[in-house]
Design a protein around this ligand. Structure first.
Ligand SMILES: Cc1cc2nc3c(=O)[nH]c(=O)nc-3n(C[C@H](O)[C@H](O)[C@H](O)COP(=O)(O)OP(=O)(O)OC[C@H]3O[C@@H](n4cnc5c(N)ncnc54)[C@H](O)[C@@H]3O)c2cc1C
Length: 383
């Protein structure tokens, strides 16, 4: 007789790990299934000459929901995550001067909504970084971690997922399945009769965004400014603007160094064209050089990171409790299902799913009863 897990969680990024750590308070009978060799997803630690840092630019705009998300992660990791809430307007470089960034005007980039997240003046300064959250969450996980295990298919019996296939051959059974990977992949993973052909096509054909990140270690201090920089240049082109920030100046054995982290978005389909990726990277560098002419001289390190499918505007209909209407034990935890973006989306989606599973992590969370009320009208999640 096959072992049956209470929960099978697919994906061990911030979203999957948050759920895994919380569920571990109640049971060890959890499978945490991860395609990669290691847990943490995109929120893993990067070693840099200036010290450990996040895997690409991280920024948390302040809002009531952001503070709710931070309370959730603070409770999970048992540590203070927020250092401070500060106000600092983003800056841009225009006509030879730095100016307050006032918006994209009449020519917003196609990925305007993704980039707008980074332009909030009010921001949360973190006492503990996202790569530290995931490490702590993984320490708290008590079930079976299965790396190098790619879930290739969900199988159902009626309105329940009965088991999944891993790496095309292995079978794993569970009472509940929590999917914390990319929503786009559900077009392939879901059983034939779980969603309509139209919904499946919509899932795979919508516009998804890939983040293109450039992490730099400058040979000399560049600026004391800790403002978010939104750089575009004078010409409007298809590539659009980038956002980035400088880290603190650090004394190291290699000298006085400073890091900076930048990102832009490109349409996922375009990532297959290495020329587009190359052009976008060149554009980021050109804009940095324009604003800080010596910043790229003698770079100590340059790191490029392409994060596929981190955002998109596809749609998948889920019930109010975040299960698929046709499969009531498959919970869609993907961060992009949440109206909030990025790490906030991860945390709030995880909190919502835990609540609907009956797990209370913070005092202020919405109860599962409230979700059930909402479920009467299906929620169309924006991704
Ligand atoms: C470059 C970059 C910059 C960002 N900047 C910010 C920022 O400034 N502020 C902010 O708040 N957020 C930011 N984010 C976003 C934020 O970190 C993510 O949206 C979110 O937290 C990612 O967590 P996740 O668990 O949803 O996904 P991921 O970290 O992508 O984890 C998903 C995991 O699931 C695994 N997986 C997927 N499919 C399968 C499968 N079929 N079988 C088995 N395993 C599978 C993957 O291997 C992966 O490990 C940024 C993200 C990136 C990449």
């Amino acid at each position: 007789m096959a072992h049956i897990y209470d929960y099978a969680i697919i994906g061990s990024g911030l979203t999957g790990l948050s759920i895994a750590a919380a569920l571990s308070r109640e049971t060890k009978n959890i499978a945490l299934i991860e395609a990669a060799d290691f847990p943490f997803g995109v929120n893993k630690q990067i070693k840099f000459p200036t010290g450990p840092m996040n895997n690409g630019l991280r920024f948390v705009p302040d809002s009531v929901l952001a503070e709710k998300a931070m309370a959730f992660i603070e409770n999970l990791v048992g540590q203070t995550v927020i250092k401070d809430v500060t106000e600092m307007a983003p800056v841009t470089y225009d006509s030879g001067n730095f100016k307050t960034f006032l918006g994209f005007g009449d020519n917003p980039p196609a990925f305007y909504e993704e980039l707008q997240y980074f332009t909030s003046s009010k921001r949360i300064e973190l006492a503990m970084q996202p790569y530290e959250w995931t490490q702590k969450l993984f320490e708290q996980f008590k079930g079976d971690f299965m790396p190098r295990s790619y879930v290739t298919k969900f199988h159902n019996e009626g309105s329940k997922v009965s088991h999944i296939t891993i790496n095309g051959s292995k079978t794993l059974h569970a009472e509940n399945f929590i999917f914390a990977g990319s929503v786009k992949d559900l077009a392939v993973l879901l059983p034939e009769d779980a969603i309509s052909i139209r919904a499946r096509t919509r899932l795979s054909k919508n516009t998804y965004w890939t983040a293109l990140c450039l992490d730099l270690c400058h040979a000399k201090p560049v600026t004391e400014s800790t403002a978010m920089h939104v750089l575009n240049g004078t010409t409007q082109d298809e590539i659009g603007p980038c956002a980035g920030m400088f880290g603190p100046v650090v004394e190291t054995e290699e000298g006085t160094l400073q890091s900076s982290q930048w990102l832009t978005f490109i349409e996922h389909e375009a990532t297959e064209d290495s020329e587009v990726v190359g052009m976008a990277l060149k554009k980021i560098k050109r804009q940095i050089k324009r604003a800080y002419p010596e910043a790229l001289d003698g770079l100590k390190l340059e790191r490029i990171f392409v994060a596929p499918l981190i955002a998109g505007n596809g749609e998948l209909k889920v019930s109010g409790n975040q299960t698929l209407p046709e499969l009531n034990n498959l919970w869609i935890a993907s961060a992009t299902m949440n109206e909030q973006r990025n790490v906030l989306g991860s945390l709030l989606q995880a909190e919502m799913i835990l609540a609907s599973l009956g797990f209370k992590v913070t005092e202020s969370e919405t109860t599962s009863e409230q979700y059930e009320e909402e479920s009467e009208s299906e929620v169309e999640a924006s991704m």
